[in-house]
Design a binder for this molecule. Structure first.
Ligand code: ZN
Ligand code: ZN
Length: 344
């Protein structure tokens, strides 16, 4: 089969590799119809200490089951399915609580050994999926492939942030960062009852997209003034940091009101970081970190997309054939595109 591979030195290439097959009874093999390129892929390629050359990339995918082990009971060959971006057993103490990220069987597709034992990715004609009954969900009629590919990670992440924020209907929600996750967090917040959603983003085209999709877009320098305007000076009831690192948290704490919640879905790699501890105590602030989970939230995510409450395809800038994936990686890394889909 052909696949997008890590080529070393920050580059990717498309080449032929051997087809994956069933290795365990609970595996399925999926013929990929849509894959997506994610900021996590760009990060893995740029900081590749845990990514061997020739590794198949990608963790966001939709496709058709073409082979299944004898232990796969919930899916059949021919089913159209969306994959979670990481695996879990579905049966352990953590999985039973809906905390699949903590499962000892966690393997993150297409990222080398960054988040567990390596598992070949899904920017490929075929992908092997362990624990297929848990990791795969059927895509129902009424959800197109271009929308379904967002269920596994980008929308799952935005939705998880909104749920963890715990705001009330009509509350003001600020989202820091207008990348794909930030944009879909804005849509999820609106669909889940937020009042005003303010999206904080320095790039004008990304602010314009958020504004076209029902949020108020603002430059970081003007964000606090806008939030004050719509909250009578209190600050946002909840703030989602969709950037990560110290800058995302600092911006979020600058916008949240007393007794408000900051939820971070951005990636953090520093061992420690600044926390406004005195204010967090005096103002009874909440701080939570969130990772998306299709395996737990699939029913809600499917309901939101199938009903039309959320259209995640608004963040897809382009759809390219597999052979053009290296150029699509480049365009995303240079911020000329927001999100690229790969159509197979
Ligand atoms: Zn992703
Ligand atoms: Zn488990």
């Amino acid at each position: 089969m052909r696949a997008v591979l890590f080529a070393g030195d920050g580059e990717v290439r498309v080449d032929a590799v051997s087809d994956p097959g069933i290795e365990d009874a609970t595996d399925a093999v999926v013929r990929v119809r849509r894959a997506a390129i994610c900021g996590t892929d760009l990060h893995a390629v740029a900081h590749s200490a845990q990514l061997p050359r020739g590794f198949v990339l990608g963790h966001e995918f939709v496709g058709e089951i073409v082979d299944a082990g004898s232990g796969v009971l919930g899916h059949r060959i021919g089913d159209m399915v969306v994959g979670a971006d990481y695996t879990a057993c579905g049966n352990c103490w953590w999985c039973r609580r809906g905390d699949h990220w903590e499962c000892a069987e966690r393997r993150f597709f297409g990222t080398g050994s960054a988040f567990g034992p390596p598992l070949a990715g899904a920017q490929a004609e075929l992908v092997r999926v362990p624990y297929a009954d848990t990791v795969l969900r059927a895509v129902p009629d009424g959800i197109g492939l271009d929308a379904a590919v967002f269920l596994g990670d980008t929308l799952a992440t935005g939705y998880a942030a909104v749920r963890r924020a715990g705001f009330r209907p009509g509350d003001t929600v600020a989202v820091v960062g207008g990348g794909p996750v930030g944009q879909l967090t804005s849509l999820a917040a609106q669909a889940c009852g937020a009042g005003v959603v303010v999206l904080v983003e320095p790039v004008e085209t990304r602010r314009a997209l958020a504004a076209a999709q029902g949020a108020l877009g603002t430059d970081p320098d003007d964000a606090r003034a806008l939030v004050d305007l719509v909250t009578d000076g209190r600050g946002a009831d909840a703030v989602v940091d969709a950037i990560g690192g110290p800058r995302g948290l600092e911006t979020a704490f600058g916008l949240v009101r007393r007794r408000g919640a900051v939820v971070s879905v951005g990636v953090h790699t520093d061992a420690t970081g600044p926390l406004p501890a005195a204010r967090a105590f005096a103002d009874e602030l909440s701080l939570r970190f969130v990772i998306g989970n299709l395996m737990r939230d699939a029913d809600e995510l499917i309901g939101l997309v199938r009903s039309g409450a959320i259209d995640p395809t608004v963040v897809a800038t382009e759809s390219v054939p597999l052979d053009d994936a290296p150029n699509a990686y480049r365009r995303m890394a240079e911020r000329r595109t927001l999100k690229s889909l790969i159509a197979l």
